[in-house]
Design a protein around this ligand. Structure first.
Ligand code: HEC
Ligand code: HEC
Length: 316
């Protein structure tokens, strides 16, 4: 079966199972009262760090925005995937067109659970499958920071997604399978120090796995090939293997990784392009300690051979 047909069939099964297996199974799961009670008002200065670690501007600022324009979160970046084209919405504090009227609880449910204030599922093109690992207090800080940014008028265009993917309810089953806030590399916790701190940044806000980990036919991350490299979800080519396995970055020192995250240069003095160039605009704003923690974690994770099979052309 061709991949596209397979995807269509898988999605139909998911949607069908949603109807037959019970409406309840696909219901959006919001944070519980107890989880929400742990979130108090946030600190915008801390929130700016999470904003940079999470690369929110890469999708929610205008396409190609530089410098201060990356703080104008009117949306509009288009993500063309095999499931359809998703358009990042306006998340500026504008009360009409952005999220200026949202309570902290609404924001926390969106970022940590992929659920809208109206009780609908978001598409995982919004990488909440990683953000779900964020600490609630970091989400509160991020919320406080976003409120300091300029309101931007105008809504972004609608998503262009056709049947069966246009049925948001069908995402309920997908989320049951793939929305798991548990850490991926369990050993990194006991390692403590920089490795544990790096795990949080890479697996949580940094959402590095969303591009660097291969996906199965219905778009779920193959966690047994964590960060092993993948066919790009958007556009063409491959996203490189960033484990120490064959084809990966085993030869790189921690310094090399830190340097890439700060300057965009590889040890061969090539500069990374495509979506990674945009990631670096964000990681360059982090502290040296945060970049060092990410590098320590990457050097500690289980090595895997390349997670893609086609010729290793760089993704652009
Ligand atoms: C890879 C691109 C991408 C990144 C990075 C990203 N988002 Fe989004 N975001 C989206 C898309 C696409 C949607 C819409 C999903 C849908 O239509 O279901 C969205 C939706 C949202 C919404 C819901 C808005 C609404 O009007 O309902 C919020 C809030 C949000 N994102 C916040 C954030 C924050 C905060 C960050 C950084 C921590 C972030 N996003 C990073 C792509 C992204
Ligand atoms: C939006 C997708 C995306 C995200 C998110 C992403 N990357 Fe990348 N990354 C890429 C692509 C594509 C390349 C290849 C760029 C090139 O070759 O020009 C790359 C390259 C790299 C490289 C260089 C590997 C090599 O062999 O040259 C490292 C290291 C890396 N990324 C680390 C990270 C880390 C750490 C994060 C999380 C903070 C991250 N990436 C998040 C897409 C992404």
């Amino acid at each position: 079966m061709r991949l596209v047909a397979k995807l269509g069939a898988a999605a139909l099964i998911l949607v069908g199972a949603g109807a037959a297996g019970g409406w309840a199974l696909t219901a959006p799961r919001s944070l519980s009262e107890a989880e929400l009670a742990g979130i108090s008002s946030g600190d915008p200065v801390q929130g700016q760090r999470i904003f940079n670690a999470g690369s929110c501007a890469s999708c929610h600022a205008a396409p190609g925005a530089e410098g201060e324009a990356r703080k104008r979160l009117g949306g509009g970046v288009r993500l063309a995937t095999q499931f359809g084209t998703f358009v990042a919405p306006n998340i500026s504090p504008d009360p009409q067109d952005g999220i200026g009227n949202w309570a902290l609880q609404d924001f926390a449910n969106a970022v940590l659970r992929g659920v809208s204030p109206g009780g609908q599922h978001y598409y995982p093109a919004f990488p909440y499958t990683s953000y779900a690992r964020m600490k609630p207090q970091d989400v509160a800080d991020l919320y406080a920071y976003l409120r300091t940014l300029p309101p931007v008028q105008g809504k972004a265009a609608a998503n262009e997604v056709s049947f069966p993917f246009n049925i948001r309810r069908g995402l309920g089953l997908w989320k049951l399978l793939y929305l798991d806030p548990a850490p991926v590399v369990a050993e990194a916790e006991s390692a403590g120090g920089a490795i544990a701190a790096g795990r949080y940044l890479v697996e949580g806000p940094g959402h590095c796995g969303e591009c660097h980990t291969p996906r199965n036919a219905i778009g779920g991350l193959k966690k047994d090939q964590w960060l092993a490299g993948a066919a790009a979800a958007e556009g063409q080519g491959n996203v490189p293997n960033i484990t120490g396995g064959e084809g990966g970055i085993g030869e790189w020192s921690e310094e090399d990784i830190v340097n890439l995250l700060e300057t965009g240069f590889t040890p061969e003095f090539d500069s990374v392009g495509g979506p990674m160039a945009d990631v670096v605009k964000n990681t360059a704003q982090l502290t040296a300690d945060d970049r060092a923690a990410m590098a320590a974690y990457l050097k500690s994770i289980p090595p895997h051979p390349n997670g893609y099979t086609s010729a290793p052309t760089p993704a652009q």
